[in-house]
Design a protein around this ligand. Structure first.
Ligand SMILES: Cc1cc2nc3c(=O)[nH]c(=O)nc-3n(C[C@H](O)[C@H](O)[C@H](O)COP(=O)(O)O)c2cc1C
Length: 316
């Protein structure tokens, strides 16, 4: 058993924060399949302070998916600390910790001076982390990139650690890269050698082989997976089997059917709209004869029924 702050965590992989994907249903599915920690998508600290109804809907958490971290974005230490205090007061049991987004590199984030913008402002990151630590007893993490355009992750990580961060996550790409190119795992190894707090490695883990490889090559304490899980929560099951020393099962069409049906049930339980379901099914329809046709029909679907019907018909 490893720890982030006072939180004990089993060996395995984390579900990464993903905007428009890691809603309560997706995270519950991931937990059922074996993710050891989930993250919400990025949530605006300012909107929490403004008591935005839509933002509070994003804070829904199921009992089954716990433990989960809330990822916040913003740039004002006071606003972010206030957001945490509000969540702690209104929803004290939802989250086991809070994460600071320092990785979002879309133009809106850089212009708005949050997300990956913070990678060029290590001292500010330190101030935000200190304010977050003051607002709660729960663990605080920061999710970094290598830098926005120039390499700054070691400076940012050290400021975060100095001010109380309990773990540092590194998506080993520059902000300017978006998701292109290959994640540079050497940077994760470098980070692991430079900080004392646990390191969460992230970038390009898509199967058990890459999971093992990242752990071995970087010595990171935890691994976080994003795109490899879209339509493939089964990967968490495989990683769990590997960690428990069991035989890793191959995914087959029966498993695809089980996973898809379960996601549909959860989508219904948590009233997801078609836009929160489509992407998952496009990911699920992969690697078998007829998958492309099925994917195309999911892409055109205007409601969940138009996803469910062809999916169930195909696998019947
Ligand atoms: C659709 C999508 C949405 C994402 N949203 C977030 C987000 O809200 N917060 C965040 O820190 N990272 C976000 N990311 C980045 C991922 O968490 C992760 O760092 C990145 O995809 C690299 O991991 P991977 O190679 O396993 O996909 C997002 C990625 C994708 C593909």
């Amino acid at each position: 058993m490893q720890k982030i702050g006072n939180l004990k965590i089993k060996e395995g992989a984390f579900l990464a924060p993903m905007a428009d994907y890691t809603n309560v249903a997706f995270r519950t599915l991931a937990k059922e399949y074996g993710s050891t920690l989930g993250y919400t998508e990025l949530v605006s600290a300012k909107a929490i302070c403004f008591n935005s109804k839509r933002t509070f809907e994003m804070l829904e958490v199921s009992e089954e998916e716990k433990p989960v971290f809330l990822q916040l974005f913003g740039n004002d230490p006071e606003v972010i600390a206030n957001a945490i205090k509000i969540v702690e007061k209104k929803l004290p049991k939802n989250f086991v910790g809070y994460d600071l987004n320092c990785g979002c590199s879309v133009p809106k984030a850089i212009k708005g001076k949050y997300g990956c913008y913070l990678m060029d402002h290590p001292v500010l990151v330190g101030k935000i982390i200190a304010a977050m630590k003051n607002a709660t007893k729960k663990p605080i993490t920061a999710k970094l990139r290598i830098g926005l355009e120039k390499e700054t992750f070691l400076e940012v990580a050290k400021e975060a650690e100095k001010n109380g961060a309990d773990a540092i996550c590194l998506h080993a790409r520059f902000g300017k890269q978006g998701y292109s190119g290959v994640a540079d795992w050497k940077k994760i190894k470098e980070l692991k050698n430079k900080v004392k707090v646990p390191v969460i490695g992230n970038g390009d883990v898509v199967d058990v082989t890459t999971y093992k490889k990242m752990k071995k090559e970087t010595n990171c304490d935890f691994v976080m997976v994003a795109r490899g899980i879209i339509g493939n929560a089964f990967l968490f099951k495989q990683i769990k089997q590997f960690c428990e020393g069991k035989k890793v099962k191959e995914k087959n069409e029966k498993e695809i059917l089980i996973e898809g049906k379960r996601f549909l049930e959860l989508a219904n339980d948590f009233s997801l709209g078609v836009n929160n379901v489509r992407g998952y099914f496009i990911g699920l329809a992969n690697g078998f004869n007829g998958a492309k046709k099925l994917r195309d029909s999911f892409a055109r679907a205007k409601n969940i029924e138009e996803i469910e019907k062809p999916f169930l018909k195909f696998f019947k």
